[in-house]
Design a protein around this ligand. Structure first.
Ligand SMILES: Cc1ncc(COP(=O)(O)O)c(C=O)c1O
Length: 504
C-alpha cells in the first residue's frame, strides 16, 4: 500500500507516535519523492500569485552601479502602492489595517518624518523618545485598569515593543526568569488555552518553556476546571485572551486570574487584539467581561497600539504589575568592551519615529475618538453577525464581539472563502474546527461594506452548494492542517512558502 494512503487510513493516532511514524516514513525515498512532487505543484501555483511584479517592474539582485533617480524610485513606489491600496482601503480585508483614513495616515506620516532619525536606545540624544514611550505606557495602563489596581504598592508599568508577538515573547521570558530566580523553577510551564495566539508557542520554542494546552468549551472559551488541573509546581503563568484571534471570544479572565493568584503564579491577559476596543465598548454598555488590572490576579497585559490603537505598524505595549517583575524583562551587560549596555526589549536600536507616531495617534484619537470608533466597529460587527446568522448553512462560532468566525456542517467553508477571495475579499481561514473569520475594523464601517459582505457570502454559499464537486483553489491548502496527519509535511510546506517570499 502507498505509505501516504496508509497514514491517511490510520485515523487518529497520538501525536507523539505520529511524529515517530512520520520521521521514519519520510526516510523512504518513495515517500520523499511523492512529497516533493506535491510541494512542487503547490509552490508553482503559489509563486505566480506571490510574485506579481516580475514582469512590469525592474528586479534588482545587486546594488545598481549608479544610484537611481529619487523621482523614479518614488514613482515606482507610488505605482506599487496604488496597486495594493484599494483592497484594504475599501474594506475588503479582515483585520490588517485598522484605521486607514487618509487624513489619519497623512498625520502619522508627518510625525514619522519629523522623528525618522530618533532611536530610543540613545535616550540621551532623543529624550523625546523616552517621553513618548513613558506616556504611551501610562495612557495604556490607565485605560486598562491601573487606577483600580488593588495593590498600590505595585504600580502598573511597562514597555513599548515592536508588536503583539514581541510583547508576548517578552512577557513569557519575564515569567521564566522571574520563576527561575525567585522559585528555582528550572522546567517552567505556561498554561494556555488552545485558542491562544501562536506567539505563545513561539515563546515556548524560543525560551524553552513547556506549553500546556487547555481545551476550550463549546463557546470557544478556556475551560477553567481543566486549567486548575493543569497547574503543577512548575507552572509559571496562566494565559487568557481578550479576545482570542480565531473566534474573537474573551476567556474567563476573572476566574483564571483568581486561580493564578491563589496558586501564586503569574497571569497574562493577551489583549493585543482587544485592548484598545473592549474598554471603550464596556463604557458604551456592551457586555464585556473584566480582563484588566482591576483584577488582583492579572500580573501582565499585552495590548497592541498598532491595531486598534490606530498607530502605524510596529508598536505594542506590554504592561506589568510592579517594577520588580518588569526588571526580569530588561537586559543589562556590564562586561562588554563596548561599554555598559542595557536595553528594555528584544531589539537594540529601535525606530523612535514609530513610538512618536503611536503617541501622536493616541493623542489625536482621544477617549472620544476611541469611543466613537469602538461604537462603529461594534455596530458593524453586529450587522455582520446577524447576516451570517441568517444564512442557514452557516453558524457563528461562540459569542463574539467584533471578530466574527463562522463554520458550516453542510458546505465546505474554505470553498466559500475561495469564492469570497474571487470577489476581492481577504478573510482568515481557521482550522480545528474548519472556519473563516472576519476581524471588523474601521474600514468595514464605511457605508455598504457590511451589506456587501453578507451579500457576497450568501452568493458564495449558494455557489458552493450548487457546485459540490469543485475542488476550489486555496480550499485544499486551508484544509490541509486539519486533514493531513503529517505535521512535519505541513510545517515544511510553510517553510517553503517563506523561502518563496525571499525569492526575487
Ligand atoms: C490575540 C492576539 N495576540 C497576539 C497577536 C500578535 O500580534 P502581532 O501580529 O502584532 O505580532 C495577535 C495578532 O493578530 C492577536 O490577535
Amino acid at each position: 500500500m502507498d505509505p501516504m494512503e496508509f497514514i491517511n487510513k490510520l485515523g487518529w493516532v497520538p501525536p507523539r507516535i505520529m511524529a515517530v511514524l512520520e520521521r521514519n516514513l519520510r526516510k523512504i525515498p518513495y515517500v520523499q519523492e511523492k512529497i516533493q512532487g506535491e510541494y512542487d505543484g503547490i509552490m508553482g501555483d503559489l509563486e505566480n500569485s506571490l510574485k506579481p511584479y516580475r514582469e512590469d517592474f525592474l528586479t534588482f539582485s545587486e546594488i545598481p552601479a549608479e544610484g537611481r533617480g529619487k523621482e523614479k524610485i518614488l514613482a515606482e513606489m507610488q505605482s506599487l502602492h496604488d496597486l495594493e491600496a484599494s483592497k484594504w482601503q475599501d474594506g475588503f480585508v479582515s483585520g490588517a489595517v485598522y484605521h486607514g483614513d487618509q487624513e489619519h495616515i497623512d498625520f502619522l506620516n508627518k510625525v514619522y518624518a519629523l522623528n525618522s532619525q530618533s532611536n530610543p536606545l540613545h535616550s540621551d540624544l532623543w529624550p523625546s523618545a523616552a517621553k513618548f514611550e513613558a506616556e504611551i505606557i501610562a495612557m495604556t495602563a490607565n485605560m486598562l485598569g491601573a487606577e483600580d489596581n488593588p495593590d498600590p504598592k505595585k504600580a502598573i508599568c511597562g514597555t513599548v515593543s515592536s508588536g503583539g508577538t514581541e510583547s508576548i515573547l517578552l512577557a513569557m521570558k519575564t515569567y521564566r526568569d522571574f520563576a527561575r530566580d525567585k522559585k528555582g523553577i528550572r522546567r517552567p510551564e505556561m498554561i494556555v488555552p488552545t485558542t491562544v495566539h501562536a506567539a505563545f508557542d513561539k515563546a515556548s520554542q524560543y525560551f524553552g518553556i513547556k506549553r500546556i494546552r487547555i481545551p476550550v468549551d463549546e463557546n470557544f472559551c478556556a475551560d477553567v476546571i481543566a486549567t486548575k488541573k493543569a497547574v503543577t509546581r512548575n507552572a509559571i503563568v496562566i494565559v487568557g485572551s481578550a479576545p482570542a484571534f480565531p473566534h474573537g471570544t474573551v476567556d474567563p479572565i476573572e476566574e483564571l486570574s483568581e486561580l493564578a493568584y491563589k496558586r501564586g503564579i503569574g497571569f497574562h491577559t493577551d489583549a493585543c487584539l482587544g485592548g484598545f476596543v473592549l474598554p471603550w465598548a464596556k463604557k458604551l454598555g456592551y457586555d464585556v467581561p473584566t480582563f484588566d488590572f482591576s483584577l488582583r490576579g492579572v500580573t501582565s497585559i499585552s495590548a497592541d497600539t498598532h491595531k486598534y490603537g490606530y498607530a502605524a505598524k510596529g508598536t505594542s505595549v506590554v504592561l506589568y504589575r510592579g517594577e520588580e517583575l518588569r526588571h526580569y524583562q530588561f537586559y543589562t551587560s556590564t562586561e562588554w568592551p563596548g561599554g555598559l549596555y542595557f536595553s528594555p526589549t528584544l531589539a537594540g536600536s529601535r525606530p523612535g519615529a514609530l513610538s512618536a507616531a503611536c503617541w501622536a495617534s493616541m493623542l489625536t484619537m482621544g477617549a472620544d475618538g476611541y469611543t466613537q470608533a469602538a461604537k462603529k466597529i461594534m455596530e458593524t460587527a453586529a450587522i455582520i453577525r446577524k447576516g451570517v446568522d441568517e444564512i442557514p448553512e452557516l453558524s457563528v462560532l461562540g459569542n463574539p464581539l467584533f471578530v466574527i468566525a463562522f463554520g458550516s456542517d453542510t458546505v465546505n467553508v474554505f470553498r466559500v472563502m475561495d469564492y469570497m477571495t474571487k470577489q476581492g475579499w481577504s478573510l482568515n481561514g481557521l482550522h480545528k474546527p474548519s472556519a473563516v473569520h472576519i476581524c471588523v475594523t474601521l474600514r468595514h464601517t464605511q457605508p455598504e461594506v457590511a451589506e456587501k459582505f453578507i451579500e457576497d457570502l450568501q452568493a458564495g454559499v449558494t455557489f458552493v452548494r450548487e457546485n459540490p464537486d469543485e475542488e476550489g483553489s486555496m480550499a485544499p491548502i486551508y484544509g490541509m492542517g486539519s486533514s493531513l496527519p503529517l505535521r512535519g509535511v505541513v510545517s515544511d510546506m510553510l517553510k517553503k512558502y517563506l523561502d518563496l517570499l525571499y525569492k526575487i
